[in-house]
Design a protein around this ligand. Sequence first.
Ligand code: NCD
Ligand code: ZN
Length: 345
Amino acid sequence: MRDTLTLRRPDDWHLHLRDGAMLRAVLPETTRHFARAIVMPNLVPPVVTGADAAAYRARIMAALPEGTDFTPLMTLYLTEETDPEDVAAAHASGLVTAVKLYPAGATTNSASGVRDFDRVRGVLEKMAEIGLPLCVHGEVTDPAVDIFDRESVFIDRVLDPVRRATPGLRVIMEHITTANGVEYVRAHDRDLGATITTHHLIINRNHILVGGIKPHYYCLPVAKREEHRLALRAAATSGDARFFLGTDSAPHIDPLKESACGCAGCFTATNTLSILAHVFEQEQALDHLEAFTSLNGPAFYRLPPNEARTTLSKGDAVSYPGKIDTDDGPVTVFDPGFALHWRVT
Ligand code: NCD
Ligand code: ZN
């Protein structure tokens, strides 16, 4: 039985670092294990322009622990007012790696997102022309659509029409949670990839709702039925280059999670690699872990994989903190519900 594993150093292709005290507290949890991360722009106010992204990048660099080798890959938050020329300039200078599309109201801090897709056509056409990828939060916000159907309806109503209308646009379906998402990606071999989170490989909707409500398992898109979790596990562990890791590690302080109207987000930066090794071993796919964490993402983003290596070894149960302290309050670390034996050495 295998008990060590050496990989190219992983990257996280979907991460929330926040700002201020939260940024300072959670950044080391990511930089300990990841060389690069696609940094989500849903701050308050959002990171909309190239100038916003430059300033946010500087704040991240200033918060990096001494001697840390980490590259934040910046994104712009797409609004109906986004200027295609500002986006193109931010891309040309190397400042931004992707643009993020939030349907207005779909998730945390998405109020400035897109309502009318016709109004962002010019930006999307410019992005297709210059090869700048679009990261998509794929859920409709129509109140008539059940929350568990919002991803599959989005694919039919929005994603497929937008892709057809914008040939050459490179799209990442972020944090897919359904077999429908997996199938849509599998059916298209050009210009389409998907990130999968760590927690969606572990929990289904029962984990959130059975035996008392578990706010720390609540995230968006919300975890679906077991059959969907199994489809995600099959996709992630398959080695298929279109699927790669985006943890969507999304810290909120405990009082905002454990509330009458709790925030969405699971904080998984701390133990993600141990959980993933566990999942890939269960699926007898440890040979595909490197593709998922370290190779497929760079290939999609047309970046070289990292030269540095990370070694995981299997042994006694790994101990990790149940909470991370921040100057704003505690953040609970995702509990997979079982002991972890793979540690990063
Ligand atoms: C994210 C957050 O808290 O910013 N929450 C989440 O549940 N994933 C937003 C997002 O990525 O949808
Ligand atoms: Zn996210």
